[in-house]
Design a protein around this ligand. Structure first.
Ligand SMILES: [Zn+2]
Ligand SMILES: [Zn+2]
Length: 115
């Protein structure tokens, strides 16, 4: 009779097989997601190109050397909402962007206080 060794003492020979097709497809999916989703830098550059190097709030203009001072603000607050026409983006200087978000937080705080 052949001895069947089941149970916790079993020595499994399952290891990472060379050329596993399962791993490859997962990696492919990840790469597809990476390629499909607009990265932060991608939508930032697109927004700067669409709306220009100018703060939408204070009107301060920036040269391309100063472009890192502009941030792309999402009007609806949803960073995943990146329509290609730029309708959800606003180019704001760091100061105005700070200001907008601190107001948002203050607004939430006040809203909670009312309830
Ligand atoms: Zn500004
Ligand atoms: Zn913002």
């Amino acid at each position: 009779m052949a001895r069947m060794t089941f149970g916790p003492g079993r020595h499994s020979r399952r290891g990472p097989k060379p050329g596993q097709s399962g791993n490859k497809s997962i990696r492919e999916i990840v790469e597809e997601i990476r390629a499909g989703l607009p990265s932060k830098e991608n939508y930032r550059e697109r927004s700067l190109t669409l709306h220009g190097l100018i703060c939408a709030r204070c009107g301060r203009e920036f040269t391309s050397a100063q472009r890192q001072l502009l941030t792309v603000h999402h009007k609806d607050g949803n960073h995943l909402n990146n329509p290609a026409d730029g309708s959800n983006w606003e180019n704001l200087c760091a100061y105005c962007h700070e200001d907008i978000h601190s107001r948002e937080l203050l607004g939430e705080y006040l809203e909670k206080g009312k309830k």
